[in-house]
Design a protein around this ligand. Structure first.
Ligand SMILES: Cc1cc2nc3c(=O)[nH]c(=O)nc-3n(C[C@H](O)[C@H](O)[C@H](O)COP(=O)(O)O)c2cc1C
Length: 371
């Protein structure tokens, strides 16, 4: 029987399935539930030192249904980071680790462009006993107005400086979470890795407008008659996430071979997870999937991934991580390979017809001789 257990940056995960930062990791009660259900890790909801600056609005979600009804395939949110007190979070981190020492608890943190604030939040969280950090450089709405989140993630020089501050005080593994709202995901990823981060998480949500209500003529989600672009997640973003994870994994393999990748974006099944791992992910994270299907989905994820491994004869995740990466090339190279293959086929056809002619000729000759 294959195993899903995996060690990533020295952290022992019983499986590669991690709850991504968001509503499913919003307090100790739900995080404990996640560990009880069997998740390998949880990234808690992003925290900052001063929650009084975090003011949420409602409604803050809007959904895209397949074929106009039924299944949710796209999800937009304008939710901010945690609006719960930092001190409460510190007590909860301790309590969660006491209750589930084997569960990998990752604190997601975000601060303004201020070295002291970043050092303080890192030191206080690690003193509370979390296993690792995820630096949220990726929230696309609300926080960028305070130069936080994706405002930092879109500026590689700033990112390298802030990651450097964090690496100066952190004694545990650090992953930097990327925003997909950039042209080249390799640039901010490389900046974080140059600063010493142990891994990259990708992707956060994609900046989006869910739609316009044709009755009221107002954009959605509508708050007091107005809207603001929000973050798009769920199944619909998986192809974009896979492309970005592939690009990050190629960068990691080439320039930072000891670092790791945590794949995020639209993962709902073991087959989805297998695809992210085939493209280089060490772990996979799920947020909207848990909001749709509940914490128990980790059992289906595990069964699905194990089923794939059995069908292909893989014993561990290492056996197939990054297996599909070498099969990407440029479009020009696809044209060259296809033209070469067609030319080879045409040549083979000519050789075959020559051989057939020779064969007929030989039969005719031998018939004539035997007459
Ligand atoms: C409602 C909601 C709230 C989120 N809040 C956070 C957050 O606080 N910090 C963070 O890093 N990502 C946050 N995310 C992003 C997710 O962690 C994840 O990167 C993204 O949703 C893509 O994964 P998914 O398709 O599995 O949801 C949030 C996503 C949603 C849908």
């Amino acid at each position: 029987m294959p195993t899903l257990a995996t060690t990533v940056n020295g952290l022992k995960f019983k499986n590669p399935f991690i709850i991504a930062s968001g509503p499913p990791g919003t307090n100790a009660k739900v995080i404990n539930r996640a560990f009880k259900e069997g998740w390998g890790g949880v990234v808690a909801k992003t925290v900052s030192l001063d929650c009084s600056k975090v003011v949420n609005v409602g409604p803050r979600y809007a959904k895209l249904m397949a074929g106009g009804g039924g299944e949710v395939i796209g999800w937009e949110n304008i939710e901010l980071i945690s609006d719960r007190k930092f001190e409460i979070w510190l007590d909860e981190y301790k309590a969660i680790k006491d209750a589930h020492p084997e569960g990998i608890l990752i604190a997601s943190v975000m601060e303004e462009y201020n070295k002291d604030a970043w050092c303080e939040i890192i030191e206080r969280c690690q003193d509370a006993g979390v296993d690792a950090f995820e630096l949220n450089f990726s929230c696309p709405h609300g926080l960028p107005e305070r130069k936080m989140g994706s405002a930092m993630g879109q500026d590689p020089a700033l990112l390298e400086e802030v990651c450097g501050w964090v690496m100066g005080v952190s004694k545990i593994p650090v992953w930097a979470k990327m925003t997909p709202n950039v042209t080249r995901i390799e640039d901010p990823s490389a900046a974080s890795l140059r600063a010493g981060c142990h891994g990259i998480s990708a992707i956060n949500t994609i900046l989006s407008v869910m739609g316009v209500n044709l009755e009221t003529l107002r954009p959605e989600p509508t708050v007091e008659g107005y809207s603001t672009p929000g973050g798009y997640s769920s199944k619909a973003i998986k192809p974009i996430a896979l492309r970005m994870v592939m690009e990050i994994a190629q960068l990691v393999n080439k320039e930072f071979p000891d670092r790791t990748v945590s794949g995020i974006g639209g993962i709902e099944t073991g087959s989805d997870a297998a695809q992210f791992i085939l493209l280089g992910a060490h772990t996979v994270q799920v947020c909207t999937g848990v909001m749709k299907f509940g914490y128990g989905m980790v059992r289906d994820l595990s069964d699905g991934l194990l089923g794939f491994m059995v069908s292909k004869g893989f014993k561990t995740l290492d056996d197939f991580r990054g297996h599909s990466l070498p099969y990407f090339t440029t479009h020009a190279e696809l044209v060259r390979m296809q033209t070469a293959r067609k030319a080879e086929e045409a040549a083979a056809k000519m050789v075959r017809s020559d051989a057939e002619w020779d064969g007929d000729d030989f039969v005719k000759q031998s018939d004539a001789l035997s007459r």
